[in-house]
Write a protein of this length. Structure first.
Ligand code: IPD
Length: 275
């Protein structure tokens, strides 16, 4: 595994570490999946599940990152909350698409981003400067670092460049609570007639990466958590996307994240918000 000097904030080095650790964790959850999977707990609702593999993946990721860079912080979906002193906080989703993992659908990922504080960059006040998303079922490794473009398995990727909403294939996702889903279903009745079609793939990180690779024309979601989008947002931006929040004054994240070609993003935002 790559080791790095804790004081070095070189984005390319951080992206390599994110990628190495994401692949290691991804291979581990893939191995665990082959032995079967059971639900260990549920979170915001009965359908918001956590498996033992989510927990093991997060443990492995935290240990690998802090072994390489002991002064960094880590924020993880399954509870990691380590404050660092280096200025870098790793934002980690140990399995994004846990429901897909549970059903063995091939759309779950490990998502790891190195972030720095920046109130204007995202709703949680962090900006990713390097990140990687790995899908162990397909072997796809997406990575990006600030100013360095985005790659899929080492080859550069760019967004589709779609500028018309009527022919755009748009991905979205749904939260786990009944109240949130009612709002999301209402939004969908407005958006669906205005676009080519909708995809609900089940992993926000993978949605953003598929969008970055030109396989989707746009993506939006309400109510994402920082670990769902930290690496994917950077990968999408570095592939040419505009990623914005609810309005001019609100950074992407919670309540909303919209990602599209810079010439399409306002049409998407208006369609979703019903402006
Ligand atoms: C979920 C997935 C899903 C999105 C949800 C997320 P999880 O993350 O990314 O696609 O629609 O909002 O919570 O629970 O699988 O880590």
């Amino acid at each position: 595994m790559t080791s790095a000097n804790s004081n070095a904030h070189d984005p390319q080095t951080l992206a390599r570490l994110a990628a190495d650790v994401a692949v290691t964790a991804g291979e581990r959850i893939f191995e665990l999946r082959a032995r079967g999977v059971s639900v260990s707990a549920s979170k915001s609702s009965e359908v918001d599940i956590v498996t033992e593999a989510d927990r093991e993946s997060e443990r492995l990721i935290v240990e690998a990152l802090l072994t390489a860079r002991p002064d960094d912080g880590v924020l993880g979906e399954e509870g990691a909350g380590i404050k660092g002193t280096s200025g870098i906080t790793w934002v980690v989703d140990p399995i994004d698409g846990t429901v897909n993992y549970f059903y063995d659908l091939p759309a779950y990922t490990v998502s790891i981003a190195a972030t720095v504080p920046d109130a204007s960059a995202s709703a949680d006040g962090r900006r990713a400067i390097a990140g990687a998303v790995f899908n162990p079922r397909t072997g796809e490794l997406f990575d990006a670092w600030e100013g360095g473009g985005s790659r899929l398995n080492g080859s550069p990727i760019t967004i589709s460049g779609k500028r018309e909403l009527t022919t755009a294939l748009v991905a979205t996702g749904f939260g786990y609570t009944v109240e949130r889903r009612i709002e999301q279903a209402e939004t969908l009745t407005r958006v669906l007639p205005l676009v080519r079609d909708i995809r609900r793939i089940g992993s926000a990180a993978y949605d953003l990466c598929n969008f970055a690779a030109g396989r989707l024309d746009a993506y939006y979601e309400r109510g994402l958590q920082p670990w769902d989008f930290a690496a994917g947002l950077l990968i999408a931006r570095e592939a040419g996307a505009a990623v914005v929040g609810h309005d001019e004054d609100t950074a992407p994240g919670t309540p909303f994240l919209f990602a599209a070609d810079p010439a399409l993003v306002e049409q998407l935002r208006s369609a979703v918000l019903g402006d």
